[in-house]
Design a protein around this ligand. Structure first.
Ligand code: NAP
Length: 249
């Protein structure tokens, strides 16, 4: 399949985990992929190298998505390579395992700035490209926690709930321009983000997952590719739940 031949895609936070898998999967569909990273330069370059050695094309770009000035620089660097961006996957995210009463203002601000303001800032930067091209796909990575809540990171839950609302409103605004906007809400996926859990905690989480295992990053990447392809041509403003049955919504 080469559903995205001739298209360009930016995946935020694609040096590791889900973003890495999404970048590789989009490149396999023929897209030129911009591999955004924050701290993990070596890992981002490795993802770009892997894509190129498989016959695809990729460029690693450093930017902190929580900082509007860095998003503007990333936009310029993308434009140094292509006239406009076609696909944006807002995946970059952080979490902090803290009770609400232990949260400092800075903790709240950092999580909201990365997970929610970052999604808005990147979307705002690249939407004009998509409107000009009369074609676009935006896929935002939310979380099952937006729906179930959590007893240890209320700021993360709030940021991911915000991503769902943002997705629906952007979908309404952008549908007349040929741009579809959707979200994916992963359950427990086997990445660095869940590595904080002890073996006991992992067993406890998995006991709630009907399919009885962690998800793989590639299983989220498959949903990303689907939402960017013509196979989802009548889907916009939706959230696809990829969670092994943890929440049936
Ligand atoms: P991960 O393995 O911890 O990777 C996070 C990625 O985000 C890294 O590439 C990191 O870049 C990047 N990043 C963090 N802060 C950034 C910033 N300010 N600017 C740009 N990039 C930044 O996480 P993951 O599990 O793959 O999670 C990816 C997304 O899925 C997140 O939005 C997360 O909330 C969501 N999610 C994950 C799970 C799960 O179980 N894993 C479940 C639900 C939702 P560097 O390495 O370069 O710093």
């Amino acid at each position: 399949m080469s559903e995205l031949k001739g298209k360009s895609a930016l995946v935020t936070g694609s040096s590791r985990g889900i973003g890495r898998a999404a970048a590789i999967a989009l490149a396999k569909e023929g897209a030129l992929v911009f591999v955004n990273y924050f701290n993990s330069e070596d890992k981002a370059r490795e993802v770009a190298h892997l894509i190129k050695s498989g016959g695809g094309d990729a460029v690693a770009i450093q930017a902190d998505v929580s900082k509007p000035g860095e998003v503007a620089r990333m936009h310029k660097e993308v434009h140094d390579r292509v006239e406009g961006l076609d696909v944006l996957v807002n995946n970059a995210g952080i979490h902090q395992h803290l009770k609400s009463w232990d949260l400092k203002n800075e903790d709240w601000d950092e999580v909201i700035a990365t997970n929610l303001t970052g999604v808005f800032g990147c979307s705002r930067a690249f939407i004009p490209d998509m409107i000009r091209g009369k074609w676009g796909r935006i896929v935002n990575v939310s979380s099952v926690i937006a729906y179930l809540g959590t007893d240890h990171e209320v700021h993360y839950a709030a940021s991911k709930g915000g991503v769902v609302s943002l997705t629906k409103s952007l979908a309404l605004e952008l549908a007349p321009h040929g741009i579809r906007v959707n979200a994916i809400a992963p359950g427990y996926i086997d990445t660095d983000m869940v590595s904080f859990a002890s073996k006991d905690e992992e067993r406890h989480y998995l006991s709630k997952v009907p399919l009885g295992r962690l998800g793989k990053p590639s299983e989220i990447a498959d949903a990303v590719v689907f939402l960017c392809s013509d196979r989802s041509s009548y889907i916009t403003g939706q959230v696809i739940h990829v969670n092994g049955g943890l929440a049936m919504l």
